[in-house]
Design a protein around this ligand. Structure first.
Ligand code: CU
Length: 300
C-alpha cells in the first residue's frame, strides 16, 4: 500500500493512466443523474464547489478547501476518495496514487522535456480522446458544460519549486498554521506549502507552471492534478515526520468563522460523508510513501 514516484515506477504509472481513463468513461463509471458525465467529472465539480464556498461567506479569500487550514486535509481526503475508485477501476486492492516529484524536474535544463509529458505518460491526455466536459467560465467563474480537449501551457509562467526550498520549509516551520488562518497567515507549513507566501510559492506555482486547465477551479480535469497533489501531500507527510509534536490547527476553540477548517469540523464534500481534518492526520491507515527522506535530509 505504497505511493510511489510516477517516473520511476512504470507499473504504478500505467495503472494510474488506465484507471483514470476508465473512471472518465460514462459507460463504465457513470455519475448517477448526470447525463453523459462520469465519476471522474464529479471530482471536477466537487473541487469547483469547494472553491465557491467561502468560509465564512462574508469574505472572499478562505474557501472550504483553499487559503485556509483545511487545504491539506481536504486534498488528502479528495485523493483518498479517488484512490479507492481507481482501485476498483484497475481491480488491484494494493494500488495507490503515484506522485510527481517536480523537484526533480526543476533540476532539468528544460523541465518541459521531462518524460512525464511524453505521449506514453501524461502527454496523451492532451490528445483528442480525453474530453473536458465541465469547465470554469473565465467570464462568470461558474462551472459549465463543454466538450473540448485539455489545455496546458507548460512552462509559460511560474516555475517548479526547488528541493532546497521545500526542505527549508519543512525544517523551519514548526507550526501547522498561524492566525488569521488564511492566505495572509505569516507562517506555518500550510500557507508556505499552499504557496501564498514564501520564495517558492510551492503548490500554487506548479498549477501556474502547467497552466491551461490547471489554472482553473476545474483543475482536476488534468490528470496531473492528482499526481501534483500527491506530492504536496508527501511534503505534508514529511513535515509530520519532522515535527511529530506539532498538532493540526486550529482546534475547536476557534470561532465559527473557521468552520470547515477546525480539527473536528466535517470537511466539505458533495457526498454524504463526514470526514474531519483530525481524521486525515494519520494517513498511514490508508497508504505510506516509498520515501520522504529526499525532503527531510538536513542541509549541508
Ligand atoms: Cu485544490
Amino acid at each position: 500500500m505504497i505511493r510511489r514516484n510516477f517516473l520511476t515506477d512504470a507499473d504504478a504509472a500505467q495503472k494510474y493512466i488506465d484507471g483514470v481513463r476508465r473512471l472518465k468513461d460514462p459507460a463504465q463509471f457513470p455519475w448517477p443523474g448526470q447525463d453523459g458525465l462520469s465519476i471522474y467529472d464529479s471530482f471536477v465539480f466537487w473541487h469547483h464547489q469547494s472553491m465557491m464556498l467561502m468560509t465564512p461567506p462574508t469574505q472572499s479569500d478562505r474557501n472550504a478547501a483553499h487559503s485556509g487550514p483545511s487545504f491539506l486535509p481536504w486534498h488528502r481526503y479528495f485523493l483518498i476518495t479517488l484512490e479507492g475508485l481507481l482501485r476498483q477501476a484497475v481491480d488491484d486492492i494494493e494500488f495507490r496514487i503515484p506522485y510527481w516529484d517536480w523537484n526533480a524536474d526543476a533540476e532539468l535544463p528544460e523541465p518541459v522535456t521531462s518524460p512525464i509529458w511524453s505521449n506514453a505518460n501524461l502527454g496523451q491526455f492532451a490528445g483528442s480522446d480525453w474530453r473536458v466536459r465541465l469547465e470554469m467560465s473565465l467570464r462568470t467563474g461558474d462551472l459549465r458544460r463543454t466538450d473540448r480537449t485539455l489545455q496546458r501551457a507548460l512552462g509559460d509562467a511560474g516555475r517548479l519549486p526547488t528541493r532546497t526550498g521545500v526542505r527549508m520549509v519543512i525544517r523551519d516551520q514548526a507550526a501547522y498554521d498561524t492566525s488569521p488562518f488564511s492566505s495572509s497567515s505569516p507562517g506555518g507549513v500550510r500557507n508556505l506549502l499552499e504557496g501564498w507566501i514564501g520564495n517558492e510559492r510551492i503548490h500554487n506555482s506548479v498549477h501556474v507552471w502547467v497552466g491551461g486547465d490547471m489554472s482553473l477551479s476545474s483543475s482536476p480535469n488534468d490528470p496531473v492534478f492528482f499526481l501534483h497533489h500527491c506530492n504536496v501531500d508527501r511534503i505534508w507527510a514529511a513535515w509530520q515526520e519532522r515535527h511529530p509534536d506539532s498538532p493540526y490547527l486550529p482546534d475547536m476553540s476557534a470561532p465559527d468563522t473557521l468552520q470547515f477548517h477546525r480539527v473536528d469540523d466535517a470537511l466539505y464534500s458533495i457526498y454524504e460523508d463526514t470526514v474531519t481534518p483530525g481524521d486525515m492526520v494519520d494517513y498511514r491507515r490508508y497508504y505510506e510513501y516509498d520515501t520522504v527522506s529526499d525532503l527531510t535530509e538536513l542541509q549541508t
